[in-house]
Design a protein around this ligand. Structure first.
Ligand code: CTP
Ligand code: C5P
Length: 341
């Protein structure tokens, strides 16, 4: 009889600050190079030493990485330079990183040891997205004020008149998305599974802009309500209408990938109607519709409640994510962080 082959264990490490779909895409590619994916995450202290303090705490960063569906294990507090001892300690065959150079504070390539040992593989970095770029988009919306030696900030209320609707469209007010979405990328991120007979289908909808721990906690709760979770994502102009002049920060295509990378999500509706309609519910055989109690429900354009129908049918439920992080609090946090740097 044939011996069962030992699973190939793949190692990734990094800061994973403001986790975005570029990070998710690198983890997806890494997982495809083996069987089990272990991700090491640097502590706040280690990141501060090598590139300045992160925006998100280590606890938040661990949580976001764990939420990505290709990740099997997370290792906390790993050193900035990846050593053979680290790979051996976690029984990993090799280390995977994007095709960009990561340097320590002393200008040393963090991966020189694993490269020299032939235990390093490279994956393609996702063009058009980075933490720096996302922070830049948020800062573009802001104007700093200096008053009595105290720095304040204010969000600029510039209303854009040209909201694009096609794939070349940029995010309202920031005009800096350079991400080129393709159907191949969406397929790579998708599960490609349909609900099984008898599955309870749960539907939620929202902006899911700057995918964060609040979203993650909410989607976990929503998934627990049934077997198959469908997330409806509103278009950029719709989000813009109810969230105000500065949103969304991430365009629809980017938001789709971030939500698809989440381990609790089975399917995404790209450009879902704001109101939950009869057609939508019957098409997807929805048994339950949920919304988080931590955020308000905005009226539809005609002043009606977007959840009127599921409420009337008694299949609507408010869920408490137990997390008060919102897209807005993240923007505030980044602006404050940038000002104190
Ligand atoms: N990564 C990627 N594509 C991006 C951004 C990051 O493939 N657009 C990959 C990196 O190459 C690395 C992993 O994500 O393998 C974790 O990287 P991290 O240390 O968090 O990333 P940075 O390179 O600092 O990411 P960013 O520029 O977004 O801060
Ligand atoms: O605000 P947004 O449309 O992105 O929210 C998507 C869903 O996540 C909503 O149902 C919202 O109530 C929920 N949420 C939550 N807790 C948070 C943030 C969002 O339950 N902290």
């Amino acid at each position: 009889s044939e011996n069962k082959k030992r699973p190939v264990r793949v190692w990734c490490d990094g800061c994973y600050d403001m986790v975005h779909f570029g990070h998710a895409n690198s983890l997806r590619q890494a997982k495809a190079l083996g069987d089990v994916l272990i991700v090491g995450i640097h502590s706040d202290e280690e990141i501060a030493k090598h590139k300045g303090p992160p925006v998100f705490t280590q606890e938040e960063r661990y949580k976001m990485v764990k939420g990505i569906k290709w990740v099997d294990e997370v290792v906390k507090n790993v050193p900035y330079i990846t050593t053979l001892e680290t790979l051996d300690k976690y029984d990993c065959d090799f280390c995977v990183h994007g095709d960009d150079i990561t340097l320590t504070a002393d200008g040393v390539d963090s991966y020189h040891l694993v490269k020299a040992a032939g235990r390093y593989k490279e994956v393609e970095r996702t063009r058009g997205v980075s933490t720096t770029d996302i922070v830049g988009r948020m800062l573009l919306l802001t104007r700093e004020h200096f008053r009595r030696g105290e720095r304040e900030y204010e969000v600029e209320r510039r209303q854009s008149t040209s909201l694009g609707l096609d794939h070349t469209a940029t995010v309202p007010f920031t005009a800096c998305s350079q991400f080129l979405p393709t159907s191949r990328k969406i397929i790579q991120f998708s599960e490609g599974m349909e609900p099984q007979k008898g599955d309870v289908v749960v539907y939620v909808a929202g902006a899911f802009d700057l995918f964060h721990t609040g979203h993650l906690d909410f989607l976990k709760k929503a998934k627990e309500q049934g077997d198959f979770l469908i997330v409806g994502l509103h278009t950029d102009p719709t989000v813009n209408r109810y969230k105000g002049s500065n949103y969304p920060i991430m365009n629809l295509h980017e938001r789709v990938l971030s939500v698809l990378a989440c381990r609790y999500v089975n399917e995404v509706v790209i450009g879902a109607p704001y109101a939950v309609t009869e057609e939508l519910m019957s098409h997807f055989k929805v048994s339950l519709v949920c919304h988080g109690s931590k955020t308000p429900i905005s009226d539809d354009t005609d002043g009606s409640d977007p959840y009127e129908l599921p409420k009337r049918k008694n299949i609507f439920k408010l869920l408490d994510s137990g997390n008060s992080t919102t897209t807005e609090t993240i923007v505030e946090r980044i602006i404050k962080h940038r000002i104190t740097l």
